[in-house]
Design a protein. Structure first.
Lengths: 431, 117
């Protein structure tokens, strides 16, 4: 069973009031934890496929570091030090847990790992990519892939992840334990998939990272301190994937999409905390550096010649930014991009956004006709953007009673107070 | 690792096939078994009799209860199994996709547990 643990390295209070050496050791340990956690877990678990045991051994190794380093000074290679101690801890754990034949096999694997660690020398091979492919394996429940990556690659604890994904810490803890059990028992390999399988499998990794990013978005104002914002973690992961797979256009596309969204984050709220829709945002408030990086990534991805969902969504963001900056309507391009996206990954969400773009070109009537049918997809009934878009379009066609009703449902479904106020405002201004 | 691939299929589908189609189906399974053996991964396999031939047994309060029929009353029934020895789940999945039953039924892939696995 994994022990509760934080990525910030929880130091008991009695150890905090200590000398400078202690403080230095703790800083070094924290820095290594942040930089190397996933690397060490990946390396420790690769042979045994036992992620939970690797995490346990690693957290024991970190605890030893806090005792040893203040006394004997920080080692010249803290990563290697932690790895060696963690290896010894996992051998102890196997000895404690099992005897006889089963233990022999496990100890054999661990011994091989120790040899491999010694052979690797100062440089511990980076198998975090393989670890991410394990977490996002099709045999792992799709809903737990993002939480799993956040935990085993970044070392976030279940409570923190639970608060971001709006589930109870106990339920999140259980799901994570179950997923780690599945990895070990089902024999999910620690490897990067072969060329022909890579795009589909990479999509699952990217989807998990995007899910983590999306979870960080419901509280753009940052007022909700209990809910943890995972934006930074998602960026770390997206950058990690593009570093490890620099020629994968979809990985570049995802990073570009995230940068575009993040660049406009501050502009989504007025000074007094009200929601500001894209069309009313002040482009001066956007982060020009992020937008420039996103554009460069999209160009690079485009040159690699394989279009996908994230590149298309990135290109849509880019088109919106271009229009708002120049004042030149580009709705035909936008509709075309939505068409391509719909053909690739048809979803009601894409259809709704496409309809809103059509409204700009051909009017609200045409847009209403292009909206997805409620009868065709039951999920739409509880999807706020569907009702908000419908209300907006109905208001424009003069169907005020119907618009009022659609706003009512949208307001009832929204959980962000600022967006709720925005919708209420729209509703009361109906004639 | 050893895995069992359990093939769940719609039994009514088989009887609705023509004689020639049935022969073709049997040939596909023979070829699959052959491929498993050639690759050195086949531990064992067998087709099962129809679910109508199944008998369910349990002991309640030291009394044996015997019932006619299979345990699960579902449209897809366990029609056969293959036990294979491969390095990991990905290899097992890749063999499962080659199994003829994956085209007209469902393959459940489960690791075997224990010292012999």
């Amino acid at each position: 069973m994994p022990v509760p643990r934080t990525n910030e390295f929880d130091v008991p209070p009695e150890q905090r009031n200590s000398s400078e050496g202690d403080a230095q050791s703790r800083l070094t340990a924290e820095a290594v934890a942040r930089r190397s956690y996933g690397k060490l877990v990946a390396f420790l678990a690769a042979r045994t496929r036992d992620v939970a045991a690797a995490e346990d051994a690693l957290s024991e190794a970190f605890a030893s570091a806090l005792e040893d380093w203040p006394r004997n000074g920080c080692p010249s290679n803290p990563e290697a030090w932690l790895l060696t101690v963690a290896r010894r801890k996992s051998i102890d754990a196997v000895r404690r847990r099992s005897t006889g034949e089963a233990a022999t096999g496990e100890l054999q694997l661990l011994a091989e790992g120790l040899e491999a660690a010694a052979a690797a020398g100062a440089e511990i091979p980076d198998r975090r990519l393989a670890l991410m492919f394990v977490c996002a394996h099709p045999a792992i429940d799709a809903g737990v892939r993002a939480p799993l990556i956040l935990q085993v690659v970044l070392g976030l604890d279940a409570t923190m992840i639970a608060s971001a994904f709006l589930v109870s810490p106990a339920a999140m803890g259980q799901r994570l334990v179950r997923a780690k059990g599945k990895i070990r028992q089902a024999g999910i390999p620690f490897s990067v998939p072969e060329r022909e399988e890579l795009p589909a499998r990479l999509d699952a990794v990217l989807d998990a990272i995007y899910a983590a990013f999306g979870e960080g978005w419901t509280d753009p104002g940052g007022t909700d301190v209990v809910r943890r914002d995972l934006t930074e973690e998602a960026f770390f992961l997206a950058r990690l994937v593009t570093e490890l797979l620099p020629e994968e256009p979809e990985a570049l596309g995802l990073l570009a999409l995230m940068l575009h969204a993040q660049a406009r984050r501050n502009a989504r709220r007025s000074a007094d905390g009200e929601y500001v829709p894209l069309a009313n945002q002040d482009p001066e408030l956007w982060d020009a550096k992020m937008i420039a990086e996103a554009e460069a990534l999209l160009r690079h991805a485009g040159a690699l010649g394989s279009l996908g969902r994230y590149q298309l969504e990135g290109a849509l963001q880019s088109a919106h930014v271009h229009r708002c900056r120049t004042g030149q309507p580009n709705w035909a391009d936008v509709v075309q991009l939505y068409d391509a996206l719909f053909a690739l990954a048809g979803s009601p969400v894409v259809a709704i956004n496409r309809a809103l773009a059509i409204a700009q070109m051909h009017g609200a009537g045409a847009a209403l006709a292009a909206m997805p049918e409620l009868a065709a997809d039951a999920r739409l009934a509880e999807y706020q953007p569907y009702w908000a878009a419908r209300a907006e379009l109905l208001a424009k066609t003069g169907a005020h009673a119907e618009a009022r009703q659609a706003y009512e449902i949208a307001i009832g479904l929204e959980r962000d107070p600022a967006v709720r106020r925005f919708l209420q405002q729209r509703q009361v201004t109906l004639p | 690792m050893k895995y069992i691939l359990m093939a769940y299929v719609q039994e009514s589908g088989w009887t609705s096939l023509t004689k020639a189609q049935q022969e073709e189906g049997m040939a596909a399974y023979r070829a699959y078994n052959e491929a498993l053996s050639k690759a050195g991964v086949r531990v064992g396999s067998s087709q099962l009799g129809p679910s109508s031939s199944a008998t369910t047994v349990r002991v309640v309060n030291a009394k044996t209860q015997v019932l006619d029929g299979p345990f699960a009353d579902s449209k897809e029934q366990l029609g056969g199994y293959f036990i294979i020895d491969v390095p990991d789940l990905d290899a097992a999945i890749s063999w499962a996709t080659r199994c003829p039953a994956s085209g007209h039924g469902i393959i459940e892939v489960r690791p075997l547990v224990g010292p012999s696995a």
